[in-house]
Design a protein around this ligand. Structure first.
Ligand code: AMP
Ligand code: MG
Length: 419
């Protein structure tokens, strides 16, 4: 069962910091525990739900890192200038199964098992073949070019722990010990809807006084990228009763409900009241720009986040607060907050102290090869054009009051924020 426990939220009227908000979310989250067994081929971007121990050594046998000749180092050391007889060949998947005597070697190929009695491999380019004998180079070290059994993975070792986010390399790791299917956390089910009487669905004719709903497709794509299964509840009007019944229905279907709009203080902002009526609401003023306010709570046992209506604010809040919440709900232990890049500011600005700000920014490398950061010319949180122009969010810490052109500034790349 997914939910946010109730008893650890702060007073609604207080202004809280980004860290406090994230900590409250993390502390209140109970991860979902439902799992499923899926094929490795379907497991990219999923969360592993079991510890994996290796049942074998990888590689299973000593094998060659190069094409060349395998020989016994100690034997060859006795007469290093004498060519060795080539007794046979060991190719990848077709090992040599004879026995070597003194003065003999075996032709070997990359990935082929090193024959019994051999421990060192001379690269073919460094040898001289004449007839059936081969002259090895001087000065090779014992064990050269021989990849040892178990040097990558040791039998019985703990390979991956429960909660690991699976990337292509983890899947390859699992495949290398012969795993075909694994247990993963079920995808987090997320209900998504937009609120607002002014919203028209793209594809419809735009009515007078209305705008198209752009938040939902932004958030839908973001959530899919975060590995969620999205349940689309469309556009919900600014009506308490309708909101209430959609929330109740969604709470039966999903683990997390995300909405946008209707969480401010206006007459038509009914989302808070509807959540309060069906569950519990923790309404936060977070010391950030853009994005105040954010509503967090639960409807029955389903977690709820009400994002601001302005598209930029909705996206920024989803990246900054919903992303870590999703990681917690999924039990994703690999998740870490995006790591900023530092570059030289190409802009100047003043800023209020005491709040964290994210401005749309663009980082690049200048002619001298140094990272630079530009800022979009205007800050309005309804300006979607700024997100098209940008490739990241400039992050201005609480204590900053001014940025001067030439100062170092940090930017969170979208490549990190969309993961
Ligand atoms: P609200 O928080 O509902 O007061 O909305 C704040 C601003 O965001 C208003 O200008 C809304 O028209 C706008 N807005 C709300 N929801 C959406 C949406 N889904 N797509 C585009 N703009 C929206
Ligand atoms: Mg509204």
């Amino acid at each position: 069962m997914t939910r946010l426990v109730n008893d650890c939220f702060s007073n609604a009227s207080e202004m809280i910091t980004v860290q406090e908000a994230r900590k409250l979310i993390a502390d209140a989250t109970i991860p979902i525990t439902t799992t499923e067994i899926i094929e490795l081929y379907d497991a990219n971007n999923r969360i592993l739900a079991q510890d994996i121990y290796s049942t074998l050594n990888v590689p299973p046998a000593n094998n060659s890192a190069v094409d060349g000749y395998a020989f016994c180092f100690a034997d060859h050391l006795k007469n290093p200038a004498t060519p060795l007889d080539v007794l046979g060949r060991s190719a990848a998947g077709q090992p040599f199964d004879g026995n070597l005597n003194s003065g003999q070697c075996v032709k070997i190929f990359t990935g082929a098992v090193v024959p019994a009695g051999c421990d060192t491999i001379a690269m073919i380019e460094d040898t001289r073949l004449s007839g059936n004998t081969v002259l090895l180079p001087q000065g090779l070290k014992e064990g050269t070019n021989c990849r040892l059994a178990g040097e990558d993975i040791r039998k019985d070792s703990l390979l991956l722990t429960k909660g690991t986010y699976l990337r292509p390399q983890e899947l390859g790791y699992l495949a290398s010990i012969g795993i075909k299917e694994i247990q993963v956390s079920k995808k987090l089910k997320v209900a998504l809807f937009s609120t607002g009487d002014e919203l028209n669905e793209p594809g419809e004719a735009l009515q007078s006084g209305k705008i198209y709903d752009s938040n939902r497709v932004i958030l839908n794509s973001l959530l899919l990228g975060y590995g969620c299964e999205v349940y689309d509840y469309g556009i919900v009007p600014d009506e308490f009763e309708t909101l209430r019944s959609v929330l109740e229905k969604a709470a039966e279907d999903v683990d997390l409900i995300i909405t946008s709009g209707g969480v401010s203080m206006g007459d038509e902002d009914h989302v808070k009241a509807a959540v309060e009526d069906t569950g519990n609401l923790h309404f936060w003023r977070i010391a950030i720009k853009p994005g105040r306010p954010l509503a967090v709570g639960q409807v029955a046992n389903t977690a709820f986040v009400g994002l601001p209506g302005n598209p930029v604010a909705a996206l920024v809040c989803a990246m900054q607060f919903v992303r870590p919440l999703i990681a917690s709900l999924c039990g994703d232990t690999s998740f870490q907050l995006p790591i900023p890049i530092t570059g030289t500011a190409q802009f100047s600005m003043k800023k209020k102290p005491g709040r964290r700000e994210w401005s749309r920014g663009r980082y690049s490398i200048d002619r001298a090869g140094k990272p630079i950061v530009e800022k979009y010319f205007t800050d309005g949180s309804g300006i979607v054009s700024s997100l098209i122009w940008a490739n990241g969010l400039i992050e201005l810490a609480e204590n900053i009051t001014e940025v001067k052109e030439g100062d170092p500034v940090t930017i969170l790349p979208f490549t990190e924020l969309f993961r």
